[in-house]
Structures are given as structure tokens and as C-alpha cells.
Design a protein around this ligand. Structure first.
Ligand code: MIC
Ligand code: SF4
Length: 650
């Protein structure tokens, strides 16, 4: 077996691993949430009526909504903390760091399954975990002891050969994979890293690579667990969490890609897609306005020490604002202890708290048309908070070198090397992680609902027929940031769907929400890879609130498909992709006998009442997913099953 198959086999509850694309159910050992998706996930957990989490470990992190320009975020933090205390979770306090970085440092373990209400949860694959991003409701179900369902992925082996040259880094490896595979190349696949080249990559470097596998659309990315993993865990004081994990010698893969690390050079993803990759030296010495270093992709101690070494004794160019957000309290403390923080400050860096910050538009938006180099993982248009901001994704080395020169700079121009040895021991102090409270105390905890927390949108069972207007037609690669934008102004309303709904698709079509409400809902038409990016279920809950009944697209991203199903919205595809051209925005569409089609798994037909055309639609929905759609979403389905199944069979 390959490594992905081994991890799946050891957690398989239902399904056939031999049939890629078919539904499989996995036992989940660990879960994580962050605060931007967590409020919703805990509201859903509350709605399921579970007294306490049933996983081996569940952690609630506060890292996204840390800009508190009103009461909303602080209220949400209080709500999440009260849920953690009531239901037996660990609570990572604001300031303790970005969920993926902290989880890797303190909780992740080879061979375990982890789902998180954040698309970059596969960071844990850097130490051999089967770690996946999921919608909040799926995480809530897993916290309650339920299985996590995914389509069985095909497995691609990325065989790494050779060694990285000085100033070329892990970020350049994943940018090369993105250049080759594109933002939809990983859909339906899990990526396994192997080959002789992996021995030379440290855990933080591996985690950079698995983290940004999310941008491929991959279900997850995993490295074997070896001596490097063992040394990392030992340095974290967690040697006992280590186990060796690797593929069998005769393992088979659906496809294999080879990358010679020695041939790589510094790369950049140019505006506005993570797969729009060019060599840095080819971009030219264009003047830049901003550099942001941090995010769950590149905020490890290793990355920060590299940056500090480059900045030491120099000054950031006058035309550049440089901000640095270390990934965790552990990283920041160690930087402070060894003097590297002082080198950053002395060079003129603006030090931010250990959180997502600019990556999710929480401050540091660039100026008009501003050119911003970021060590982050997403450069979708407008995500920085500036509609015409030009964001390039680069390695920490390229970012720091460019910050000093004021122009796009290939870090190899700096000469020499900046070797950063892995520390023999990390500074460990978990004082900002609250442990679950004792059982008798749990019962007395009152959930702290702030006034910004509004009820979940209501759903209804799927009717016999569906008929509605095509309220919006969009093109390929629509991201969840298009569907439901984030940023400092909107993130505080993640628990207020009615308010958020006014901003649905605002960047593409500011009249969308109003038109939907006037039409009493509708159907969305999308191109290929619809719903890529974040795991935010808001990109399904908000359309649900606006009355969206179905999304018909050429293809979908995995997590978004699950979120649509969980919300009771039909995700359908064109049986023949050319039929995309047979629908115009504003056409009246009908899905006759759609309920029957979902009951039987039979064919789905679409009548375009405006043009008179009729054609076949397709879907990849499992029987369970069809059942969920019939019930009107996962919450309704779970409730229905609890009422009808004999005790013990839920
Ligand atoms: C992101 O990077 O887009 C986020 C913010 O971390 C999201 C989660 C969210 O929307 O809250 C993600 O990647 O899942
Ligand atoms: Fe946070 Fe950015 Fe990572 Fe999302 S991608 S978890 S916003 S740091």
C-alpha cells in the first residue's frame, strides 16, 4: 500500500478503497476549529444536542478574527471559549498562534486523522497525519463521534530528488507543483511526497508544502514519518507521539510526478491565482510597496530565523512597508529569546501578533494598486482588502530580500547561504492552552451568546420539482472569497448570516443579494472548479439564506460540494460541459422530478423554460449525500435519523 492508503485503511469505517471517487467514511481522532468558522461549528454542535466531544482530542483556536474594532469578535471568542469549557475541548487563547502552526507543534501526531474547519488543515500532513479541511458542520459531527465522509481520493506521488540550492525553499517546491498541476489539478486526489529528496527537508518545510496543497484542490497532502519527524517531535518534548510511517516498497500510485529539488529556483505566484507561477528572476526589478511575512504557510521558527538573518544590520527600503507575523507564541518567544526579533525590529519590520492577520484581510491592506509580496498561500483578487491590490506569493527568502531592495529580488543575489539548523529543543510552555474543565464543572458552564449570534438559516426537505431563475452566471475557478468575502469588515459577522448575505458575490455583482431576494431565490450557474479555496460553510449558508436551491457548474471543489450538500443545496454538473452555454443569466430553469431523481439515483434533466432547451445534468452524489439533500441538509438528516433509528445505530 502507499502511505495514503495505509492511513485511510487504519481509519476506514465504511466504503471501498478500491473505487476512487466513491464515498468512504473515516474515524476521526482529532479535530480543530478556528474562530472564523468555529462560531458556526459550535452553534451546529449545540444544535445536535451532544453533551461533550467524543474525539481523542479537539482544540478550539482563536487566530483569525483578532482585530477587535467592535464587540463582535470579542463576543465570538467568549462564545467559543464557553463551548470549549462546556463540551470538553482544549481552548487556544488569542495570541497563542495560528491553528495549523500550533497544532503541528503541540498536538499533531503521525498516523492520526485530523479534520479542521479550515482548508489548510493538511499542514498536519507534514508529520504524517491524514489531515483534511472540512466544513464546520462536518467538524461538529466528527466532534460528536461521527464519521467523516470523503470521496476516496486517487493518489499522486510527488517524488523529490536531490537537494534544494541555497536561497531556494519549500515554498518554491509547492509553487512548482502548483505550476505543473494548477489550482484544480489536485481535485479528487491526495498527494503523497516521497523519494530521496524528502530526507533533506525539515518538518516546517514539509508543512509548508502540505499546507499549500490546499491550493491544488487536493483532499490532503502527506509526508512519511521518519527520523526527521522523530527529531522534531522530540524537540517539542513529544518523542512518545512518534511512529514510523512510510509507503511499502511496491506501493502503487495513480500518477507520479518527479521534481529535482536541485533544479528549482525562486518562484512567485503572480496576481491573482496561486498557480500563476513565474520564476522571480523573470518578473523584473519592479518596485514593490509592501511585504508581509507570516501565515500558516510560512511562519515557523525556521522561516522567521531566515528572515531575521537576511534583515540583520540592514534597513527596509523606504518605499516598502514590511510586516511580520510569527506563527505562534512558541516561535515569537524563541525569536525574542535569541535576539532575532531585535534584528527584525531594528531593520524596520512592523511586528504583528501571532495570528492570520493580513492573510485574511485583517489589516495591512495594500494601497491602491499596491504591489504586495506575501509569504501566504492565496492571492485571490480582493482578498487583501484592496480591490486592485496586486498580490504575489513568494518564499520568506524572496520576501525579505525584496523588502530590503525595494524591488522584486531573487534572493540568490544576496550571495552566501543562510543555513538554519533545526533546534535541539523548542521552548515549550502551553500556558495559553486551556485544558478541558472537570466533568461536574462542565455542566455548570453557561454558553455565552453575544447579540451578534443569530440562528442558523432554516432548511426544508427537497420538494418534488425545482423551478427558479438563473440568478447569476459565473466563469471558472470561482473562489469562496468571491461567494462570501472575508476581511476585517465582514469576518466579525460570521455568526450573523442575515447580515453577511448582503455581501454575497458583492465583488462580482453588487446587486446579487437584492436580485436574489426580489426573485425569491434562484439557481447559480458556475464554470469549472466552482467553490475552490476556503472551507467556510458560509459560502453555502449565505446562498441558502438567499434562497439558492441548486448550483449547476462544470465541476466543483471538494469541500464546497460537501458544504452545499450539508446546507441542502443541490450541487449538479453539466453532463455535457458545452451545455453551460445553453443557460443565460435570467433564464427560467426547471428541474422536474428532482426529488425522485435523488431518491432513486436516476438521471437529472434540466428544462430551460426561457429557451426551450432540455439537457441532462450529472452529479457525483453518494447515496448518503442524496439522503441528506432529500432531508434538507445534514442537521435535518441527523435529526431524522436519530428519530427513526434504534438507539445505538446512529
Ligand atoms: C482562508 O484562508 O480563507 C480561511 C479564512 O482560513 C478559511 C476559513 C474561513 O473562511 O474562515 C479557510 O481556508 O478555510
Ligand atoms: Fe489563517 Fe491565512 Fe492560514 Fe487561512 S490561509 S488559516 S487565513 S493564515
Amino acid at each position: 500500500m502507499n502511505l495514503i492508503e495505509k492511513l485511510i485503511a487504519s481509519h476506514l469505517l465504511e466504503g471501498d478503497m478500491a473505487r476512487p471517487g466513491s464515498d468512504i467514511a473515516l474515524r476521526i481522532d482529532q479535530t480543530l476549529t478556528q474562530d472564523a468558522t468555529g462560531t458556526m461549528a459550535y452553534l451546529e454542535f449545540e444544535a445536535m444536542g451532544m453533551p461533550r466531544v467524543k474525539t481523542e482530542l479537539s482544540v478550539a483556536y482563536i487566530d483569525h478574527n483578532t482585530l477587535q474594532s467592535g464587540f463582535e469578535n470579542a463576543d465570538d471568542h467568549k462564545f467559543i471559549r464557553s463551548c470549549a469549557r462546556k463540551h470538553g475541548l482544549r481552548f487556544s487563547r488569542p495570541g497563542n498562534g495560528i491553528c495549523h502552526q500550533v497544532h503541528l507543534e503541540r498536538f499533531g501526531a503521525p498516523g492520526k486523522t485530523l479534520i479542521g474547519s479550515d482548508s489548510h488543515t493538511p499542514t498536519g500532513g507534514g508529520i504524517g497525519m491524514l489531515a483534511m479541511g472540512a466544513g464546520g458542520l462536518d467538524v461538529a459531527v466528527a466532534m460528536g463521534g461521527g464519521a467523516y465522509h470523503i470521496p476516496m481520493p486517487k493518489v499522486t506521488l510527488v517524488r523529490l530528488l536531490g537537494e534544494l540550492q541555497p536561497w531556494v525553499s519549500a515554498k518554491d517546491v509547492i509553487l512548482e507543483v502548483l505550476r505543473r498541476l494548477s489550482v484544480k489539478g489536485g481535485v479528487g486526489r491526495a498527494i503523497e511526497y516521497g523519494g530521496p529528496g524528502i530526507a533533506g527537508l525539515s518538518v516546517p518545510e514539509r508543512a509548508t508544502i502540505t499546507n499549500m496543497g490546499a491550493e491544488l484542490g487536493a483532499t490532503t497532502s502527506v509526508f512519511p514519518s521518519d527520523e526527521v519527524t522523530k527529531a522534531f517531535l522530540a524537540a517539542q518534548g513529544r518523542a512518545e507521539d512518534w511512529t514510523a510511517l512510510s509507503a511499502d516498497d511496491d506501493a502503487e500510485y495513480d500518477s507520479v510526478i518527479e521534481i529535482d529539488l536541485a533544479q528549482l529556483e525562486p518562484l512567485a505566484a503572480c496576481p491573482h491565482m496561486p498557480d500563476n507561477v513565474q520564476p522571480v528572476r523573470g518578473i523584473g526589478k519592479i518596485a514593490i510597496d509592501q511585504v508581509c511575512i507570516g501565515s500558516c504557510t510560512n511562519s515557523s521558527l525556521r522561516d522567521m530565523l531566515k528572515v531575521a538573518a537576511i534583515l540583520k544590520g540592514k534597513t527596509v527600503a523606504p518605499n516598502v512597508s514590511l510586516s511580520i507575523a510569527p506563527g505562534s507564541k512558541q516561535v515569537l518567544t524563541m525569536l525574542a529569546q535569541n535576539g532575532a526579533l531585535a534584528d527584525m525590529i531594528a531593520a524596520g519590520a512592523r511586528i504583528l501578533e501571532c495570528a492570520c492577520g493580513p492573510c485574511i484581510g485583517m489589516g495591512q491592506s495594500p494601497g491602491s494598486g499596491g504591489i504586495s509580496l506575501r509569504t501566504f498561500n492565496r492571492n485571490f483578487e480582493g482578498r487583501s482588502g484592496t480591490a486592485d491590490g496586486q498580490v504575489y506569493l513568494v518564499s520568506p527568502e524572496t520576501a525579505a530580500a525584496s523588502a530590503l531592495r525595494g524591488v522584486f529580488t531573487d534572493p540568490r543575489e544576496l550571495g552566501g547561504t543562510a543555513e538554519i539548523p533545526a533546534p535541539a529543543a523548542f521552548f515549550v510552555d502551553d500556558n495559553m492552552i486551556e485544558l478541558p474543565v472537570p466533568e461536574d464543572e462542565m455542566e455548570r458552564v453557561a454558553i455565552a451568546y453575544g447579540p451578534n449570534i443569530k440562528p442558523l438559516p432554516a432548511t426544508t426537505p427537497l420538494p418534488e420539482h425545482r423551478k427558479a431563475e438563473a440568478v447569476l452566471k459565473v466563469g471558472d475557478n470561482i473562489t469562496t472569497d468571491h461567494i462570501m468575502p472575508a476581511g476585517a469588515k465582514l469576518l466579525p459577522y460570521r455568526s450573523n448570516i442575515p447580515y453577511l448575505s448582503q455581501f454575497c458575490f458583492a465583488q462580482i455583482d453588487p446587486d446579487f443579494a437584492g436580485r436574489c431576494q426580489a426573485a425569491g431565490g434562484g439557481i447559480l450557474i458556475g464554470g469549472a472548479n466552482y467553490g475552490q479555496g476556503s472551507s467556510r460553510e458560509h459560502a453555502a449558508l449565505v446562498p441558502l439564506y438567499l434562497g439558492i436551491q441548486a448550483v449547476i457548474a462544470k465541476s466543483f471543489a471538494r469541500i464546497h460540494t460537501a458544504n452545499l450538500v450539508n446546507a441542502g443545496i443541490l450541487p449538479l454538473t453539466f453532463a455535457n460541459p458545452e451545455d453551460y452555454d445553453n443557460i443565460r443569466q435570467g433564464d427560467l430553469l426547471e428541474l422536474p422530478e428532482i426529488r425522485r431523481a435523488m431518491q432513486t439515483g436516476g438521471p437529472v434533466t434540466l428544462h430551460n423554460r426561457t429557451t426551450g432547451a432540455s439537457f441532462a445534468l450529472a452529479h457525483t452524489l453518494s447515496e448518503r449525500q442524496r439522503g441528506i439533500l432529500l432531508a434538507g441538509g445534514l442537521l435535518a438528516w441527523t435529526k431524522q435519523r436519530n428519530e427513526t433509528l434504534p438507539a445505538g445505530e446512529h
